[in-house]
Design a protein around this ligand. Structure first.
Ligand code: ZN
Length: 74
């Protein structure tokens, strides 16, 4: 059996950028940039069986509400 590196899913917190057009995986609403309030999003790189599968975006609040499925956002 060959040992290999298993990549695991992880999440980071980033400011929502202007022109962002992603949908929150928690509530299904767009993660929108607003000039008035700086919003934060959580970007999760999701690995399935050690292989990168997809990126999921969440509102920072929604990520907390769903129980931080990919660990606490760095
Ligand atoms: Zn949301």
């Amino acid at each position: 059996m060959t040992a290999r590196t298993m990549f695991t899913s992880r999440a980071v917190t980033r400011p929502v950028e202007a022109g962002s057009s992603v949908t929150c995986a928690g509530c299904g609403s767009p993660v929108k940039f607003t000039a008035k309030t700086r919003l934060w999003q959580v970007i999760a790189n999701v690995y399935v069986d050690g292989v990168w599968d997809r990126v999921e975006h969440y509102h920072a609040d929604c990520y907390d509400e769903v129980g931080q499925p990919y660990g606490s956002a760095a």
